[in-house]
Design a protein around this ligand. Sequence first.
Ligand SMILES: [Zn+2]
Length: 331
Amino acid sequence: MTEWWHNRSAIDAHVHVHPDMAAELLDIMETNCLSSVVNAGILEILGLPFEEGMRAFRNVLGERMAYFTTPDFGDTIPGFGERMAEELERKVEAGARGLKIFKELGLRHKDASGNLIPVSDPRLDPLWAKAGELDVPVLIHTADPVAFFQPLNEANERWEELQRHPDWHFGGPEFFDHDTLLAQRNCIIERHPETVFIGAHLGNYPEDLAYVDVCLDHYPNFYVDTSARISEIGRHPAEQVRAFFLKHQERVLFGTDLVLGWGVFEDCRNRVFSEKLGFYDVHWRFFETNERQIDHPFPIQGRWKVSGIGLPDDVLGKLYFRNAQRLIPGL
Ligand SMILES: [Zn+2]
């Protein structure tokens, strides 16, 4: 494997780390030559006090962590979009550097009348506009792996994972389907050209690179990260994946979805994270070498292997840190 990353400093643009795990995170960063991380939504998701959490992060990590806040969908009485926008402004003043939207938008969040809120709901427009006005990006997770929307039986390729997490299955009639959700997301990207949207998990369609390619071509304010999807991205022929990363070298951010101290994911993620070097090492091997038959970093997603895509150094530089530095204030 190359030694390229040893003398550079990558930014992991997608992690979820509890403030109590900040020291552990710093250790992981030092071990793996990470200069900074984007820590998304954990304080609000776990109901932790914002200022205190930010102080805890800063004490250990200094300026090496950019925190992305997430709105409170517990309040969906009329005017919620405006209130979320005001809250975003307050949080950005208090140190947040972006907005994180979890997949529950479009899948679970309901308004005060009990109706599912579509991702494209105009009542949220003030929030997207505010992010653009404040010049902070929106890291948005919409939908989920395609298999989570398909019938739940042994033929489902994520059968094993879904048996452990039945609540991750969205095949029922009460849900929008996968492609509808992504179309809703594309509507807000189109309606808010001044706002930067980073589609988590390769825009949540790593199964279909052609689809992501079209989205990136179509929306100049759309970016994607690689988090938790080396498994899917690496299933395509390596040459095809490499061509995608070369074409969109200005638009893809390196991210892993490292989770520390968020119980719901411990079983499927942290067991590989405990081998700290191993987890990031697989990512470096995937992006930097042409190795074949690599074990991907998320075994629960499927037992297949992936192929490295051997990106050139200048493209790795953009993927690992330059794109994130350009989009995220203060990195
Ligand atoms: Zn995540």
